[in-house]
Ligand binder design. Structure first.
Ligand code: GLA
Length: 386
């Protein structure tokens, strides 16, 4: 059964059998290149993927949110609209609660909803399942309450929910990619101005494959915050000598010139950010010219910099990306997302996909005693009704 049919079945079986429901889809995302750049004001290059979360919805007049997820069937629950405060016990339901709470603060139009969710992206794999359910809930509320919020409004609202309600200090990339995804296009986003360009993502004889390391992202939030503050303090020190609104505005020569102001770690983080931002510009140019091999080489260097300078990869992501990089059927491989576990993306020759999965799967199991999952994905449209 397709995701759309499955979510309808879950809705009918677990929430209500009456008709009149609508179905929505919200994608996950991968970042092709430009990692740990969004909160440093530079360019990122993500795309939405054709795996994500489906939502089947009806308004109700009971003043309650009746939520069900096929992925977490034991947590079905009914919540009053005036009880939308964050509650740890509500686990994944805090995402829809947080989004609806923020939306209800913008309007007099409140309503209860019956929503069944079904996701075909793995949680905790760094593919932005949280941004996906946030945007999904935002587009649902926008459509049913007739609010006319723009996609950018909903992207910002979802990012604020993640920062202030959930308490994860992320940048805007994930919500933006999930909201503004477009079939067969990647999104070159300037995170300072929020200007963006949909770049054709045409891979011809190559296929984009996600490998989930199945390594739990332990310490991900605390390490993420640590990296953010290292970047902030590097900028602060550099600003004693040069004007730059963000780290991506610092030139490589200025960084070298004022290296002595920074600790070893601050210097490495800044070096990654400045070089990664430049790689992202080159990668977008390479893609526009159809030079996938150059694009792949830039992906490889991105991973090395995330490993050696930003230090966010770890044994598992290194095993997957570095072994993939050695394979003849691969033209580029790198971790995607925050790191510290999660997923790797690779560009693999169409004719060698099975070989790639078998060989890399075996090496990974031997090196890390974990089994990897593989997903073939395409760039897809952003969140909306289907
Ligand atoms: C996570 C965050 C994003 C971004 C990436 C790293 O996915 O949610 O905002 O910072 O890490 O590029």
């Amino acid at each position: 059964m397709e995701g759309k049919d499955l979510v309808l079945k879950y809705f009918r079986d677990n929430i209500t059998s009456t008709s009149g429901e609508k179905i929505f889809f919200s994608p996950g995302r991968v970042n092709l290149i430009g990692e740990h750049i969004d909160y440093n004001g530079g360019l990122v290059f993500p795309c939405a993927i054709d795996k994500g979360i489906y939502g089947c919805v009806k308004k109700n007049s009971t003043g309650k949110l009746n939520l069900f997820s096929a992925n977490f069937p034991s947590t079905k629950c009914s919540i009053k609209l005036d009880e939308l405060e964050y509650d740890e016990k509500h686990e994944w339901m805090n995402y829809p609660k947080g989004v609806l709470k923020s939306i209800f603060e913008l309007t007099d139009q409140k309503s209860g909803f019956d929503i069944a969710y079904y996701g075909d992206i793995p949680n905790g794999a760094g593919l932005s399942s949280s941004a996906s359910i946030e945007l999904l809930t935002a587009v649902i509320a926008n459509a049913f309450l007739g609010l006319n919020l723009s996609m950018l409004d909903m992207v910002k609202l979802s990012r604020d929910v993640e920062n202030k309600y959930i308490g994860v200090n992320c940048g805007i990339m994930d919500q933006f990619a999930v909201g503004f995804g477009k079939k067969d296009k990647a999104i070159l986003l300037n995170c300072e101005t929020l200007e963006f360009d949909h770049v054709p993502f045409e891979l011809n004889e190559w296929t984009l494959i996600i490998t989930n390391s199945n390594k739990r992202r332990e310490l991900a939030d605390s390490k993420y915050n640590e990296r953010r503050s290292e970047c902030e303090s590097a900028l602060k020190m550099l600003n004693t000598q040069i004007d730059a609104e963000n780290l991506c505005k610092v030139s490589e020569s200025d960084l070298e010139k004022h290296k002595n102001l920074l600790t070893e770690n601050e210097y490495r983080r800044a070096f990654h950010v400045i070089s990664e931002n430049r790689r992202t510009i080159y990668a977008a140019e390479a893609l526009k010219k159809g030079d996938i091999r150059l694009f792949g080489r830039l992906m490889n260097s991105s991973h090395i910099s995330l490993k050696d300078n930003y230090m966010v990869t770890g044994k598992e992501l290194d095993s997957l990306a570095l072994n993939a990089q050695k394979m003849d059927c691969v033209c580029g491989s790198r971790m995607t997302g925050a790191g510290f576990g999660g997923a790797v993306i690779s560009l693999v020759q169409n004719s060698s996909i099975d070989l790639f999965k078998n060989e890399l799967g075996q090496i990974y199991e031997k090196e890390c005693s974990l089994s990897a999952d593989f997903y073939t994905v395409k760039a897809s449209d952003g969140a909306g009704e289907i």
